[in-house]
Design a protein around this ligand. Structure first.
Ligand code: G6P
Length: 369
């Protein structure tokens, strides 16, 4: 292969560890700037953003999960209504178009057939403006949108997406902050604070990667299981979805993600000592709710594997294993909590001896329907 593996065994492993630099490259223009400018998204962006009253995100797979995270940010920080749709569903519905809705296509490859078709369909329906968040400058997606932002993750070889996802999240957070600024939701001081927060991200990712030795130990027992449940709440629910997707893609363990509040509406019936439950437990405003969900798992003899913040105050016990990241990272938290989930999937796949970079039946880009 043209791209060297260097000290790594797999491209996926290399790409997981490249995330601090991939994100730093993606946000480089912001790091060097004193303020945030809509021009980062193209010369027409200022005009388009002024007219934008809501957002429609179209994507597939991991890119769809990035969109789901962005919805929480766009609502909370920019005060913008946001819909996130699976491209292959959207293109066959009869949605109602609105010229003031900005359509955002998210795609690593920029060649996913359903995402391209959904975007075209949205235009045909009467959506006026579109923006691409994409990793490949010469892709079809980039050519068919009015605005664009390139994730500068570099080539991603592993079929299971890692650095493309975190750079998409970084880009979507930047989009959120830009729209918030234009909608007068940020004071000059808030804007400076946001720039500082974004500058801190590569270092915070580097720190999150340090949990690897602890995750490796968990992977040994995980690899013996046939099913796993991933729980999260709020902005971390899509991160649970992404964690479950990573595990099933490369280790072939059946993994499902649930919004923790839905536990008692079904999945609790599955919980026993054969079903590990992974929970994402950052110290945010939903932590108290999540803890009572975890208690329900505990009471049914389930085995919990919790990724918490240093200040989440969740104690280890016989059936409750805890790995702590740094203190709660606010808006960056979903990006940071992605890292241990990628590492978990990777190490479980290693124990199982599966083809990490080329999992069976999957393709890097799905260019046919
Ligand atoms: C395939 C890949 C996934 C990716 C999805 C969407 O299923 O295996 O990793 O998330 O396509 O691809 P895109 O290039 O549009 O982000």
């Amino acid at each position: 292969e043209a791209i060297e593996l260097g000290p790594y065994t797999h491209y996926m492993q290399k790409e997981i560890f490249e995330q601090p630099s991939a994100v730093a490259n993606t946000l480089e223009m912001v790091f060097n700037a004193q303020s945030i400018s809509p021009n980062l998204f193209g010369s027409e962006a200022e005009k388009v953003f002024f007219q934008t009253k809501s957002i429609l995100i179209l994507a597939c797979g991991t890119s769809y999960h990035a969109g789901l995270v962005a919805r929480y940010w766009l609502e909370t920080v920019a005060g913008l209504p946001c819909n996130v749709e699976i491209a292959s569903e959207y293109r066959y519905r009869n949605p109602i178009a609105d010229p003031h809705t900005l359509v955002v296509g998210i795609s690593q490859s920029g060649e996913t057939a359903d995402t391209l078709a959904a975007l075209n369909y949205a235009k045909k329906l009467g959506h006026r403006y579109s923006l691409a968040i994409c990793n490949v400058p010469e892709s079809a997606l980039i050519r068919q949108t009015d605005l664009r932002f390139l994730t500068r993750a570099g080539p991603e070889i592993g079929v299971a997406s890692t650095k493309a996802f975190t750079t998409q999240l970084a880009s979507l957070l930047l989009l959120t902050v830009t729209l918030a600024k234009m909608r007068h939701k940020l004071s000059a001081q808030d804007e400076q604070q946001m720039i500082m927060t974004l500058r801190h991200l590569p270092m915070a990712l580097q720190h999150a990667l340090q949990v690897e030795p602890q995750v490796r130990i968990w992977a040994e027992s995980f690899a013996q299981k046939r099913h796993a449940l991933f729980l999260g709440r709020g902005v971390h629910y899509p991160i649970a979805m992404e964690g479950a997707l990573k595990l099933k893609e490369i280790s072939y363990i059946h993994a499902e993600a649930y919004a923790a509040g839905e536990l008692k509406h079904g999945p609790l019936a599955l919980v026993d000592d054969e079903m590990p439950v992974v929970a994402i437990a950052p110290n945010d405003q939903l932590l108290g709710k999540l803890k009572s969900n975890l208690q329900e798992v505990h009471a049914r003899g389930g085995e919990l594997y919790v990724f918490a913040d240093a200040d989440s105050q969740i104690a280890q016990s016989e059936n409750e294993h805890v790995i702590r990241l740094s203190e709660h990272a606010g808006l960056l938290s979903p990006i940071l909590h992605t890292i241990p989930l990628q590492l978990l999937a990777y190490h479980v796949a290693l124990v199982k001896g599966t083809d990490v970079d080329k999992p069976r039946n999957l393709a890097k880009a799905v260019t046919v329907e």
